[in-house]
Design a protein around this ligand. Sequence first.
Ligand code: PYR
Length: 392
Amino acid sequence: MITNTHETLQNTTLGVATRAIHAGQTPDPTTGAVVTPIFMTSTFKQDGVGEMRNGYDYSRSVNPTRTAFDEQLAAVEGGAYAMSFASGLAAIDVLLRSTLRPGDNVLIGNDVYGGTYRLLAKVFVPWGIGLDVVDITDPAQVSAALAAKHYTYLWVETPSNPLLNITDIAATSALAHQYGTKVVVDNTFASPILQHPLADGAYAVVYSTTKYIGGHSDVVGGAVVVNDEAMRDRIEFMQNSAGAVPSPFDAWLDMRGLKTLELRVLRHSENAMTIAQWLEGHSGVERVWYPGLESHPGHEIAARQMHGGFGGMISVQLSGGAEAARRFAASTEIFTLAESLGGVESLIEVPAAMTHMSVAGTTLEVPANLVRLSIGIEDVDDLIGDLEQAFA
Ligand code: PYR
């Protein structure tokens, strides 16, 4: 792996905000520019044939802006190696393809992002990978599955997308280890601020950096974080061979977003808690899914496992059924009707008709009356006012 000449701050006792702002960041040696430049170059001059400067030869393999973001993310996560990609799905694809061979099996939860399910079911299964689905929040179901068959990976989303189900990462990892299975956690909803899967026993963490890490709905990206050096080498080999890397500008946007992640996530979480409590008492609502509410089945685990808040995502089932969900989602004025999440602005969507269309007709089908809210960092009273008028 290429490392910059500076300290990565990975193993320091510095706090997460300090690491987010300084890790991987060195004033540019030529100009003193405080912020790492966007190294918008496809290639690098060699001092002699095969004599690269600091290991840089070609931007698919390595680029200094990407290196700066990777080191920053590894430090914030508290992991040894982070590698960034052109999207969250590209990160997942490379992680899986770096290890899996036809005949291997993957166990996933029955509530995951539709794109993850589609990649596994429509790309990996035809290639010969076995895929089984269980309620990953139920240890009895997970145990029975692990005892019946060997799985290379147990795929956990917590909080899950879109129902915000909570899985106990430490307990699930301990169980999986007994069977020689590695746990991967998609930590996109919690972000590295609220939850630390590697410290809880997970083998790898994946992100769609498009969401909270980028944080401004202006970049598509993904990342994998691992502690295992051999795995890092395999992922880097596959990343370089297949080439789904972020552009230097994308890496720079992710890097800038990560610097303010803690501030934003705390505000997202605070706003979401206020809104979830308000929604729970509303006559138009059948059920609110938010791990910060005591009514949420995973609340106790979330309160132990998440630190500083419960995140900015809320899902809500409306009393009026699918029609009410569609009408509501199309009636907000501050919340924008759009897929994705984790940006500063609030978004609203109907998973069954939008982000999770690819699970229709499968065991992962989501309720038709479900509306998913990505709570932004606007003034919370304005957000509540907007939802109130959309119910009318
Ligand atoms: C989501 O909105 O769930 C995506 O990841 C696009």
